[in-house]
Every structure is written in C-alpha cells, then in structure tokens.
Design a protein around this ligand. Sequence first.
Ligand code: ZN
Length: 281
Amino acid sequence: MLQDVIDHLACPVCRFGLALAERTVRCPNGHSFDVARQGYVSLLSGPGAAGTADTPEMVAARERFLAAGHYAPLADRVARLAAELTGDARGLVVDAGAGTGYLLARVLDAAGPAATGLALDISKHAIKRAARAHPRIGAVVADVWRPLPVRDGRAALVTNAFAPRNGPEFARVLAPGGALVVVTPGPGHLGGLVEALGLLSVDQEKDRRLAASLSRHFTRISETAEEITLTLDHAAVEAVVRMGPSAHHIDPATLRRRIADLPEPYVAPGSFRITVWRPAR
Ligand SMILES: [Zn+2]
C-alpha cells in the first residue's frame, strides 16, 4: 500500500516530504501527483526516458516466466540474505528497478511482518503489477537514473536486480547500518542459448564496471555465485529472451524461428552473482 511508504517519499520537484490525501499525493509546496486506480503513483519529474521502460509485452513475458518458478531458487537465496542483513531493523526495503515486484515480495515475506517495501521502476506496466504483488509494497513509477523520490537515510536495505544502478542515490537513501544487495547475471548465464538465438552476451567487463561504479560510495562485503538449472519449454525460452535486454534487438519472427529449431525442453544454466555492499562513510 502506498500509505505504508508515504512518509519515506520525497517530492521529485522540490524534495520535500509527501502526504497522501484521498487519491492524490502532495508536498507542502503544492506539487501533486494522482494515485492511479491500481494503487501506484508516478513520481517522474521532467521528461521520462520512456524508451528504456519495459513494454507491456516484456512485462507480461517476465510475469509468466517468474510465475512458473524458474527463478525461485535465486529469489529465495536473495530473500534469506536480505532477512539476515536487515535483522531486527525491519525497516524499509527499496527495490530499485523492481519490475513486477516478484523479488521484493519474496524479500518482504522473509524479512517478516514489520518490513515494508518500496518498488521503484520506470515502467508503469511493471509497477501496476508490483502494486498488487504484496500487501506491504508501495509502488512508484520513478527513473532509477535520476534522484530517487525517497527521503535521506530511510532504507534498511536497497535491492537491485538486473537493473540500472545509481550509487550516489542508493547511498543517500540508506539508513545508518543499511546495506545494498545487487544481483547481476554471471558469465555463463543461459549458456548455449546466447549463441543459438543471437542474444546479447553477458559483458565480461561488467563485474569490473559494477565495482568501479559503486566503489566511490560503497565497500563490497561479500560476493556469492548462484548457479541453477533452467528446464525451459519453447514458451519459457521466448519469455526469458523477451523479458531481458535482447528483447529490443531481435525481431519476434526471427526469434520464434530460432526457438522452433531448439530441442524441447531446453536445459540451460542460470548463472547469477549476488554482491552485498555497505555505504563507505
Ligand atoms: Zn514539491
């Protein structure tokens, strides 16, 4: 519910606090934002980078794929880690680039009833679903590349999975003692599918760039690899492609033709890196 997180939100125009009245979110300076029928609010300021937002088709693919449980072992691992990190603090968990809210819902279940979640994503199609992914999620359309619509020092935990990272902003919104958990694809993610379908390959330089982009504001505490086996029918192969960055690069007809040539089910490795960071203060 938006009400659960409203005290932590900041006006995207003037950075003052926000209050919820009826179907409107307002700051003391009169900037106001309508709450959508589905219970989320858009706090985009200025022109949004809608070109990079997930489309309805990408969001639907992601929802189908996640609902089938393919990434459940990864989500459970992250949720357990999140519960350990927040301990008794039980505060606000901000998921920056939350998508449909799948991971955040798991994290809130593991963290216990006193934890609340704020889902941030630039795609309103994704945020619509995040708003109903868990009773303790407040869902906000926001651009993770820009200043986050969150007040200083409010989050016990920031999570960031397969999403853009904004180091200075993640550090700013974390409370003292808070932590950042980042999930990225590992080097062998999806194995032979990458070549067979002409997908964007996982950038070998990515780990180095991740460390470089965060190390000005954070210290890396731990890094773990999570390797799972994905058993995918053709529909699931199409979903895993269409929910990721390659969706913008392959035309649907070509993709379907290539998928039709694959064995079914197709067994592929799911490879992930989970890193934990503390603000360097
Ligand atoms: Zn304002």
